[in-house]
Design a protein around this ligand. Structure first.
Ligand SMILES: NC(=O)C1=CN([C@@H]2O[C@H](COP(=O)(O)OP(=O)(O)OC[C@H]3O[C@@H](n4cnc5c(N)ncnc54)[C@H](O)[C@@H]3O)[C@@H](O)[C@H]2O)[C@H](O)CC1
Ligand code: K
Length: 510
């Protein structure tokens, strides 16, 4: 797991490093600047010229240190201080003097030579201290960097592309678009959440000797980026003496006439994710079409017809006997009583439950039904379903994804998987995990059904939460990435993920 820190938390970590280790503050900037110089060198063509634009704060200071290291390495370097140089921080001032000692003095922005293909521009205007939209000379500099980039120069951003708000990942106008962003010490939300993540280009997190426990001393909400090893290590290694009962039995309550494929995709995803047994419970008229998708799927006809309601409670309680996980929602016939049915069912049986699609829409009418759940509950909304669950417009959900997911998880004491680019996994205890895998090719019908099946299968194999959720999301997204390599973003369809999942388990030795 990589800890993702806000600007305030970064300052706390920096202060902790200085207090606990007597870390001279200039050393952090020295380490940052050296790493910035290395990243700039790594994208430069032979004989490239480096143009370093420095702002008035410590981000600018990082740029001045980088310029000094580049000069020391014999590179052609030009530096410009943008904005009111009187306001430069003491740290940055010290590095300005040092730079002049190397015989390079900052030049006026207007007389800078034009970078071309192979050259490198270092964006050290603003980092985590950005407070408002860049204006005047800063805005001009950002616009000029965009022009230089269009002309073929590479842009390397110090800590955060200038103009991008570190905590919210929202860009002001104008905002730098970088080829590489060097994240000092810890990742920030701007590196891991859209639309910021796309503006950063290749994010390279570097240590600057803040000290390992620095992230543990910071207070406030905990945000993490899931790494591949976290998902792989959460999965049990299969023992030779195991049998299908060892890997759990998933009950899938899904499907209805015309939406039998949804139920089949949940069931197939669960089977492809290691569940020992999978039973689909659906109306009799839909059952044959569901089971036709695979001989491995077992079926249970729910008596009656029409929307799921209180009349189905006894049959579903009986169906859940001996099961290890429930996945409910994709393609179900939803009616006015479905939400109450879900509440009664979860209150009656203590199995981990994944609620997706129309089960979410059903409980959205009265969320209190979830408070009676005996077992752990995972909600897997896409932004539109999250809007219905929270009563907020989808646009607002997308602007405050972390906060919304954290709030709902804490309020309902459930795990919330808020899908989308960089899916979030929010646990009831307040921690939020960002998933880095997946791609726009997965915006196609049925991929959500597959995810709910993967999650149900891991819960049935007794993975605890939130591990089961973040592992399912990571594997599902990686399956999509591997499948997109074969099918293209346009050609990817949900059942390709079933094959992709196989490649993921092979890659992880599971
Ligand atoms: N915290 C750490 O562990 C380290 C941080 N480093 C670098 O320092 C920056 C943060 O530096 P800071 O001085 O706080 O702010 P910035 O340099 O990002 O911003 C400069 C300054 O500009 C003012 N300002 C904000 N918005 C605007 C605006 N739109 N127009 C004009 N002026 C603006 C505001 O007063 C800011 O203070 C961090 O990103 C790292 O790059 C260390 O070097 C490494 C360790
Ligand atoms: K920057």
């Amino acid at each position: 797991m990589q800890r993702v820190l806000t600007a305030v938390q970064m300052r706390e970590a920096e202060a902790a490093a200085q207090e606990r280790h007597g870390m001279p503050s200039g050393l952090l900037m020295e380490n940052a600047g050296r790493a910035l110089a290395e990243a700039a060198r790594s994208v430069a063509a032979p004989g490239a010229r480096f143009t370093v634009l420095c702002g008035p704060g410590n981000n600018g200071g990082d740029g001045l240190v980088a310029a000094r290291f580049l000069l020391e390495g014999g590179a052609r370097v030009v530096v410009s201080l943008v904005g009111d140089t009187a306001k430069t921080t003491p740290e940055a001032k010290r590095n300005l003097t040092a730079l002049e000692g190397f015989g390079e003095s900052p030049r006026a922005f207007e007389v800078l030579p034009e970078p071309g293909p192979g050259d490198v521009v270092v964006d050290a205007l603003f980092g985590t201290g950005l407070r408002r939209a860049p204006e005047g000379a800063f805005a001009d500099a950002i616009g000029t960097m965009a022009r230089w980039r269009r002309a073929g120069a590479k842009v390397v951003a110090a800590d955060v592309p200038s103009g991008l708000q570190s905590d919210t990942a929202e860009p002001f106008t104008p905002c730098v678009e970088a080829d590489v962003t060097v994240a000092f010490g810890f990742l920030k939300p701007a590196h891991e959440l859209e639309p910021g993540a796309s503006l950063c280009g290749d994010v390279r997190r570097v240590d600057i000797a803040l000290g390992g426990e620095a992230s543990r001393v910071v207070s406030g909400p905990e945000l993490f980026r899931v790494e591949e090893k976290d998902a792989r290590e959460a999965l049990p290694v299969r023992r030779a003496d195991s049998h299908k009962g060892t890997y759990g039995h998933v009950l899938v309550v899904a499907g209805s006439p015309g939406k039998t494929g949804a139920a089949a995709m949940v069931a197939l995803a669960a089977l492809r994710s290691g569940a020992g047994l999978v039973t689909v419970a659906t109306r009799a008229e839909a059952l044959p079409a569901v089971m036709a998708h695979a001989p491995e799927i077992m079926g249970l006809a729910l008596p009656g017809d029409g929307p799921l309601g209180k009349g189905d409670l006894e049959a579903l309680k009986a169906a859940l006997e001996g099961k290890d996980a429930l996945v409910m929602g994709p393609g179900i016939p939803r009616g006015p009583e479905t939400g109450a049915l879900i509440g009664d069912l979860l209150a009656a049986v203590d199995v981990p439950a994944v609620l997706d699609a129309d089960a979410l829409n059903a409980v959205a009418e009265d969320l209190s039904v979830l408070r009676r759940a005996k077992g752990p509950v995972v909600l897997t909304p896409h932004p539109g379903e999250m809007a219905r669950l929270t009563g907020k417009p989808t646009k607002e959900v997308q602007l405050h994804r972390v906060g919304m997911a954290r709030q709902l998880a804490a309020a309902l004491h459930v795990t919330v998987v808020l899908k989308g680019s960089r899916t979030l996994i929010a646990e009831a205890g307040g921690r939020v995990f960002i998933n880095p895998t997946g791609n726009p090719g997965m915006a196609t019908g049925g991929t959500g059904d597959v995810l709910s099946g993967v999650c149900g299968a891991l819960l049935a194999q007794a993975l605890p939460l939130p591990q089961a959720a973040w592992t399912a999301v990571y594997a599902h997204g990686l399956a999509g990435d591997l499948a997109a390599e074969r099918r293209g973003l346009m050609g990817l369809i949900a059942t390709d993920l079933l094959k992709g999942l196989g490649s993921v388990w092979v890659r992880w030795g599971r």
